[in-house]
Design a protein around this ligand. Structure first.
Ligand SMILES: *Cc1c(COP(=O)(O)O)cnc(C)c1O
Length: 373
């Protein structure tokens, strides 16, 4: 490729096919094996992935489920949270955090985020606790972990469950401890675009509470008793991790730490090269981010988007309409969330991927500086 090509070729927000190319031969072999042995649901592939993922997260156990939204819903069900309960959620999150709360019949209580990190504000959480509060959703958005010290202090003081929404934070750390092991339980997503992504939907619950994990496993498998598959002790459902996807995830997991550190190098280059009017959202120094997304605040977002479009560079907004302003949740909207709402008008996601080169990062920064297109 000539220098000219490097400078002109499009830069996607995220190129999933490119990321998965490196492991495609291994996936072919694993899938051929599963096709041949015929155990298409459950099986050793699930057990191997669950135990590898639990080790990765530094937790007692993991349960594979159908997707990340189910993972959060199953955590709530497993904890016995439902109608009459309130669950505190940040306004700045993906819609699924709130969907899970509504799905179990609990009421989402929206709180604002911190100005610098755009993560859930622990003081706002403390001020919304009522006798009906059952849990707090610590959403580790964009790859950075929420302030687990202060959230644990608040939830501990009031006897609440602290649930991590770790769908964007596989491998992130808070003062050394991985996402998924600091609260009562965590929900992960393996949607293809996540840091650890399947070739389809997938999810997992992690926890240090084996009894809770056992209950969640049974709820996700039709409420079956663990000893008699025709006895249903719990009212359950079907939310199992697919065997083909578990095999993919086991193949990809050993590459995750390396990919996450590449993402950190990409982010460091963005910080060094972006112009002063395009400012990356801050990382709390106690959190080691895995940079699921490269989110910046742009003074002139429309202008920045125009420049990226002209240069063939991908972009996104995560998320343009905060959850508390979504029509679906109108009945739960009580107060304005000024930080969340102001941020929604300025945030912009730049290309971020474990296959992105430093030259590509420089080109994005230069386009945003108003240089070469
Ligand atoms: C992706 C995501 C989810 C839901 O995951 P799915 O697997 O798509 O259901 C939940 N919370 C957050 C913050 C997410 O980014």
């Amino acid at each position: 490729m000539t220098t000219f090509d490097v400078e002109r070729s499009p830069i996607p927000l995220l190129d999933l096919a490119e990321i998965n190319r490196a492991v495609s031969a291994e996936i072919d072999l694993a899938w051929r094996d599963i096709r041949g042995h015929g155990r298409y649901v459950g099986g050793v592939e699930i057990e191997l992935f669950e135990s590898a993922f639990a080790d990765f997260c530094g937790v007692e156990g993991a349960v594979g489920v159908a997707n990340g939204t189910d993972a959060l819903e199953l955590v709530l069900l497993g904890l016995g949270i439902g109608p009459g309960d309130e669950v505190i959620v940040p306004g700045n999150t993906f819609i699924a955090t709130v969907e899970a709360v509504c799905a179990v019949g609990a009421v989402p209580i929206f709180v604002d985020v911190l100005e610098d990190t755009l993560l859930i504000d622990p003081d706002a959480v403390a001020s919304e606790v009522t006798p009906r509060t059952a849990a707090v959703m610590a959403v580790h958005l964009y790859g950075r972990m929420a302030d687990m010290d202060r959230l644990l202090a608040v939830t501990g003081r009031h006897g609440l469950a602290l649930i991590e929404d770790a769908a964007q934070a596989h491998g992130a750390r808070w003062t050394g401890r991985r996402a998924g092991g600091s609260g009562h339980a965590a929900g992960f997503s393996f949607y293809p675009g996540k840091n650890l992504g399947a070739l389809g939907d997938g999810g997992a619950v992690t926890s240090n509470d084996r009894e809770l994990l056992g209950r969640i496993r049974r709820i996700a498998d039709h409420g079956r008793s663990s000893t008699d598959r025709h006895r249903h002790d719990l009212r359950g459902r079907n939310s199992r991790l697919d065997t083909l996807q578990a095999a993919v995830l086991s193949i990809k997991l050993p590459h995750l730490d390396g990919q996450n550190s590449h993402r950190r190098a990409v982010m460091a280059e963005y910080r060094a090269a972006l112009p002063p009017h395009v400012v990356p959202v801050a990382d709390d120094p106690r959190s080691e981010s895995v940079h699921h997304l490269a989110v910046v605040r742009a003074r002139d977002r429309e202008g920045a988007i125009r420049a990226l479009e002209e240069a063939g560079i991908g972009w996104g907004i995560h998320y343009p309409v905060p959850c508390h302003l979504q029509p679906a949740f109108a009945e739960f909207t009580r107060a304005a969330l000024p930080v969340t709402e102001a941020a929604a008008g300025r945030i912009l996601s730049l290309p971020m991927s474990p296959t992105m080169t430093i030259a590509q990062v420089r080109r994005v920064a230069s386009v945003l500086t108003g240089g070469r297109r």
